[in-house]
Design a protein around this ligand. Sequence first.
Ligand code: CA
Length: 224
Amino acid sequence: MKLLIIEDEIKLGNYLKQGLNEAGFVVDTAADGLDGQHMALTETYDLIILDIMLPYIDGLKLTQTLREENITTPILLLSALNKPQDKVRGLDIGADDYLAKPFDFAELLARVRSLLRRKTKEIKQTLIEIGDLSVDLVKRVVTRGSKKIDLTNKEFLLLEFLLSYKGEVVTRSLIASSVWDINFDSDRNVIDVMVKRLRSKIDSGFNKKLIHTVRGIGYILELR
Ligand code: CA
């Protein structure tokens, strides 16, 4: 799952990014409303964490703009303003939740998870199945046939990413930037090593393989 944090307090933004990375999310950050708006309009995110008081475009205005542009990504507003009317206004113009600063990281994480659960339920994509592989995106449970497969956080993210492009070829550089936040050219081997590891967990011992190499380009997940 990919999150966008729009927060002008760099220290807080980095702290949130690190915590959410450790919780297994891919995180992009923007430090002002204008950058944030551009990213939210051009990239696809599963959730946006949005500060209200921001340079150039404030969080309330930005929420309104995104909803007008039919971006339905859940928005969690963060604000130092803790007046009920701000909360009401934020929710009225299309935010999904509101957290007053200062907050506990554990509470933020709980709300992020709850919003993602709600979203996944709405699009009825909690469970993805391909052949006898089944992946529960919310509970993070992966099974193949009757075998439960234990994946690390990163392996799970990689599988989730390949599933989102099921039947399409994904390049190594797309995997690198989307799942690892790294520059492919400097970490050329990382992707191959990780795919190899995921593949040994998902495919080895099964007749039908799901993860295939497309020589010179990248990988594809499909039932063959
Ligand atoms: Ca701020």
